[in-house]
Structures are given as structure tokens and as C-alpha cells.
Design a protein around this ligand. Sequence first.
Ligand SMILES: *Cc1c(COP(=O)(O)O)cnc(C)c1O
Length: 475
Amino acid sequence: MHRFDADTADLLRAVFDATRLRLGFDQVPLDGPAAPADLAARVGQTITAGGLGGRRALELFDEVLARACISADHPRNLAFIPAAPTRSSVMFDLLVGASSIYGGSWMEGAGAVHAENEALRWLADLAGLPAGAGGVFVPGGTVGNLSALVAARHAARVRLIAAGRPLPSTWRFVCGDEAHSSLYQAAAVLDAEIVPISTGPDGRLTGPLLAAALDRLARESASDDSVGLGGEAAGRDAASLGVFAVVATAGTTQFGTVDDIRGIVDVARTHDLWVHADGAYGLAALAAPSARARFDGIADVDSFIVDPHKWLFAPYDACALLYRDPAQALAAHGPQRAGYLEVLDSAANWNPSDYAVGLSRRARGLPFWFSLATHGTQAYADAIETTLTTTRAAAAQIAARPELELVREPELSVVVFRRRGWTEPDYHRWSGGLLRAGFAFTPPTCIDGETVARFAIINPRTTSEDIAAILSTML
Ligand SMILES: *Cc1c(COP(=O)(O)O)cnc(C)c1O
């Protein structure tokens, strides 16, 4: 298994051939799901005492398993937030895997960590974070949000203790009511309460809405003796109310709505409140001149995330997590303590695992770094602008078709619309048919109980002709 022999050489050729085929498609097949019993019948028992041999295992993957996975990078895959990794990022992912790099510490992965930090720096510069900013690539936005919130709570706790003030019985963070589901998971892991703030019809959390919510929490706590943390001080420092962070969403998943980051930051400053921006999907558009202004205020947040595996054209799985002041994240997350870890010396070295939940890590920022280094940042700006142009064309087509109606004007690259006269089963029949035909993946979404259609356009190879062809199937 560990020697390089003739069988290994043969298998290497076969794996490269399969990779070359997948990378070489002008348009990848969409493929689609299969039932468990169907897969079991077609591949049989794959884990055996003697092994199937690499050729056979590869054949099963190629002919059965891979075909039962929807291609996230198909240009007519507009579901959830799809993916569109560059060819160079995918190629380099192979080499990263072959290089056995441990990316958790500087001692073990200095070269890889240096390159990852270059890519993180580009993102920090796009946002306008100061020179001291830094962070780490984590597996996804969910872990990124959780890790940032862990750091925020730690900072609030330390501040209360230093001031000799009592700790709250319940920790909370606030966000808009259209914020991502991963925040609810983070709240559960943190054993914290999430306080979703009702937004208006545009779905945006604003400074005034945040201020009103903090006032309401202060009044509730003042009238609640069991908490006993109300009054003057509580009005100024949100931590006294147990509120340790506000999450501003920089592009909701449902609509692409960007919160009023400037207004949120301004209110948060008067309450000593940590601002985390969840830009897992949307903050990629910082690179696009036509969208940048929507993120005004992002330079002043305490932390943010953006997923290169979404709209920054990298393979799964990579979320960039950035902190304005990484020392606060280090205080919360690192270093893990063990006699054998002391040589890693977190005081002297930048150890990525000190800045998020986790220890061992793949240098998962490298495929993104390689592609950025290869193509340059202008190519990223252009590719994101292309998707924004396609989105505007999609919205115009929808507005022009009498049977269709936009639910909201798109802000970034998500378009939500209804087909007049359709009910839930119609949408499912339509999208199921497109997937079975291998033509498009466009599952509907649900908004206030109503099923409607939704396209997320992040692939620069999605054209307005693709959109027209899909819309024509809704007649
Ligand atoms: C996708 C998404 C997340 C979660 O990111 P994962 O990488 O899927 O864990 C969080 N927030 C927003 C706004 C997202 O779009």
C-alpha cells in the first residue's frame, strides 16, 4: 500500500485519466441522486478483506457513485449556493492532497500557512481591515461563524470580569430574522440564546432596528429581578445584558440581501458590541466594483467570514475567517494545551489552529491561493461582475414575462420569483423534471409559507441564454 510499484503507477495513470476527463469537459454532466438500495445493488460490497483493487474501485466511482452526485459546477445548477471552482484551483487541490501538509501550525506547515495568509490578506484588504488583521481557513461558514462567536463571547466575558461586573445567566447574540440557519446551530453549540430581530419587507437589519432591539432587551432585563443587570450601565454595554455580538449578514442565502453594516457598526460601537459579518456567500462581491458600495462599514467589523467554495471559485471545503484583532481570537481558541504541543510556541508563531475550533487541518486555503496567484485578482473581479450581469439579465427577463413576477429586486446574484398560478406541487414537479432530464437544478424555496422559484448565479459560465432556456420551461 505504501510502496510505489507497477500497480501504483498504473493506478496513478487511471486516476489522472479520470481527472483529466472531468476537468476537460466543456460542460460537465449534471448527474443526479439515486436511492440507497439502487446504489447498494449496483456497487455491491465495496469493503472487503482482500480489497477490490484500485482499478475496480475507481470504475465503481466513475460509473456509479460519481454519477449519483449532482455536479455543483454545472452552469445550470442554480440551487442553494452552488460552486464554480477554477480549473487551476481544482488541479492544485490534487497536489495539496499529494503533499501531506499539516496546516495547523507554522512549524509544520510554514510555507503553506504563508501562502494561505497571503490569500487571507487579499480578502482583508478588500474589506479594509487593518494591517494586524488575520485569520484562518476553516471547513465552512458554519464553523467560521461559530469560531468568531466563540471569540466574541470570550472577549465580552473577559471584559465583564476585568470590570468586576457580574456575568449574565444567559449569553445572547442578535442578528436579522433572515440570517443563516448556521447561526442557530452556533447558538445551540454555545448554549447561547439567539435573538432574531424582525426586519421590514426588505429583510435588512439596520442600525435603528439594532438600537431598538438593544433598548428592548435593556428594559426587559431592568424589569426582571432574576437577572438584575439592568439600569444605566446595561444601556451602554451590551455585555451586561448578556449580548456579546451582533451578526450582520453580508448577503443572505435566501435573497442575497445585505444588512446595513455601517448603521449596525455605529450602534454597536456605542454598546461595546462585537460585530461579526456573515458574508459566507455575499462578501465575495467585495471584489466587484459594481457591488462594493453595498458593504459600506465592513472595514469596521470585528470579524467576518467568506467562503471561497461559494462565489470565489475554489473547491470544497474552504471558509476564510478573518479577525480585526487576532489576539482576541487567540485568547479564546488557542493554544490547545498538551506537553507535546508546547514546541509549537503560539507566542512566537502564527499557528492557524489557534484561531478557530479544531486542531489538525488540511491547508485548505491553498487551492484558492494557487488560483489567485495564477490568474491575478482582476480575473476574480471580472468573473464576479459577469455573474452580476447575468443576474441582472435574469431579473429583466423575469420582469418581462407576464407569467413571472420578481419577489424582490436582486441585490447580489440571487433571484427569487414566482410563477403566477403555480402552487407548491407545480414547482416541485417542474424542478424535479429538469433534474431528471439532466438539464438544470433549480429547487424551489419557501418564503413566509409560499413556495417560489429561486436561482443563485455564481458560475461565470452561466449565461443569460441558460436562464432563458430554464424560464421557458415554466410556461
Ligand atoms: C452558506 C452559508 C453559511 C454556511 O456556510 P457553510 O460553508 O455551508 O458551512 C453561512 N452563512 C451564509 C450567509 C451562507 O450563505
